[in-house]
Design a protein around this ligand. Structure first.
Ligand code: JDE
Length: 236
């Protein structure tokens, strides 16, 4: 998989080198390239040089804050987006990012992340690339506002790349983990069997695999009911 990130803070993505993703990159399963948006802002729309490398402007219709310019983003995206590439725009106004969306994206040959700052990116950018036949996804990590798309892009990159076949040592641990079956994970324990007066549940020391599976399932359901009832089917 090829991953391109377009941002006004390319230094932020230095963490890619020290993350889990560093291993995937060494093994050549993932190739990442980070691009400075301002390199696409050296010429104004009228062809004159822009010494300030302006990436934003006031919103049409008025209102607070600034909007990132469509012409600047168009140039930057045109430079990197390949025919089968998916354009991902982290935004609080996007579709929720889920494990199933991560799994879908793990099959894409290229992901291009457009990391917006200020109040967002001129809406014609997403419209244009969708019109051109690209898959364009505005994706939200959750119902809160970040200062820019960078942190969200990083989270999406990590969730997607660890699903690439051959990336993780143990495929079973992906199948068994949280959200794969739509429930929260059961609690896990390791040695010592007693720690600060808290004992590991007896059943886990019993060696009865059927009872252990049953107990874990019950824990998953109890946790999900208590913390994330929205994940359970509606009861009538
Ligand atoms: C991603 N969940 C939250 C923020 C924004 C007021 C202030 C800022 C592309 O347009 C954006 C992107 C972002 C950064 O991403 C997130 C996010 N998942 O905040 C704004 C909108 N209104 C706009």
């Amino acid at each position: 998989m090829r991953i391109d990130v377009i941002t006004i803070f390319p230094e932020f993505f230095g963490v890619l080198d020290v993350s889990l993703l560093g291993k995937a990159r060494e093994s050549a399963l993932v190739e990442t390239q980070v691009h400075d948006l301002r390199e696409s802002a050296t010429v104004k729309a009228d062809g004159s040089p822009d010494v300030h490398r302006t990436v934003d402007d006031a919103p049409f219709g008025g209102g607070a804050g600034m909007v990132m310019k469509a012409d600047v983003w168009g140039k930057a995206i045109d430079r990197v987006l390949m025919p089968l590439g998916v354009l991902v725009i982290p935004s609080p106004a996007g579709v929720p990012f889920t494990q199933s969306l991560a799994a879908e994206l793990s099959h894409a040959p290229q992901l291009v992340f457009a990391c917006g700052r200020y109040e967002g990116i001129d809406a014609r950018v997403a419209e244009h690339y969708a019109d051109q036949g690209y898959r364009v996804l505005e994706v939200s990590l959750g119902d809160y506002v970040l200062n820019g798309g960078e942190v969200a892009a990083f989270a999406i990159i990590e969730a997607v790349t660890r699903l690439i076949p051959g990336f993780m040592g143990n495929a079973q641990s992906i199948v068994e983990e949280s959200h794969a079956d739509g429930l929260l994970e059961y609690p896990s324990y390791t040695r010592p069997a007693s720690w600060r007066g808290i004992d590991v549940p007896e059943v886990l020391l019993s060696g009865h695999h059927a009872r252990i599976s049953e107990w874990r399932r019950a824990q998953q359901l109890a946790r999900t009911r208590a913390l994330r009832p929205d994940l359970l089917p509606p009861e009538d």
